[in-house]
Design a protein around this ligand. Sequence first.
Ligand SMILES: *Cc1c(COP(=O)(O)O)cnc(C)c1O
Length: 350
Amino acid sequence: MSGWEQNVRRVTPYTPGEQPTQSGVIKLNTNENPYPPSPLVKRALEQADADRLRLYPSISCDELVEGLAKRYGLDKANLFVGVGSDDVLSMAFLTFFKSDRPILFPDITYSFYEVWAQVYGIPYKTVPLREDFSLSAEDYFGENGGVVIANPNAPTGICAHADTIESIIAANRDSVVIIDEAYVDFGAESVIGLIKKYDNLLVVQTFSKSRSMAGMRIGFAAGSEKLIRYLNSVKFSINSYTMNTLSQICGAAAIKDEEYFKKTVAQIIATRERAKERLIELGFTLTDSKANFLFAKHNKRDAKEIFTKLKEKNIYVRWWDKPRISDYLRITVGTDEQMDALYSALKQIL
Ligand SMILES: *Cc1c(COP(=O)(O)O)cnc(C)c1O
């Protein structure tokens, strides 16, 4: 090993789902929204002035933050925006988790949490979910350096009741509790309103899933003024201009279109519930997902085999070779046509 290599920060990076380059793939592997963003986003892009790109973007992301404040009934001082919720979460880990005590998160959850803990040198402990992948609040009542919960959880889609989540926040007034609500719009209950009651609560959401804007990279956090101030101090110590001008413009346009948002979310929920019935008919057992994906285990056939055969048919889903979940496939809810193609392919495979 070269001398300099001994001083390299070594990490095992997060592995995102595959982004195929060939056309004709039915892509149900990264929980993207199958519908386009709001027409207001398209219009905002068309009307955007390229000359404006000469200037640095707004530091405070005013228009976007104002839109979010209005939509969620919060003050601007309660909001923080970033380059996707991954950026927001990563900043939050760096800002709030400096204790010697381990931070806690479930054994089965968004695998990025472990990666951020490792890269920032944050001690962490994973807490096993129950056998049925449900969350037991009491497991988070002991001493810790922070808590991170995805609700609904990924990749199970299971959501905990808002009271369960609140009991975790209430039991941890000396730690910051991050609730990652990436999928909350697809039928779970948000705890964003609780930021007024608990100054240790940070709720993180994204435009990538329910607002069809994964390619724009927009995420945000809501929390007490104090929490947001600390978050901003760290963010401004690393990069003042994270959110580019076009993302800010398009995000502000998207948040105005409540009608379109409701319509597309309702469509995905309807497709998801139908998909549950169809997959049960095909021999799968599913969790009660409240997200824009399904978590499905076949009663007879091997998950890896189904995953591979679907891929040969140009249908991409997600499978992990990990303890407890290697019998499962995570299938993003697509359009009704995409889901029909999935059922036909599965009929041939099974
Ligand atoms: C998709 C996802 C994110 C990150 O989304 P961004 O595209 O970075 O906003 C965060 N948490 C969970 C649980 C997710 O599934």
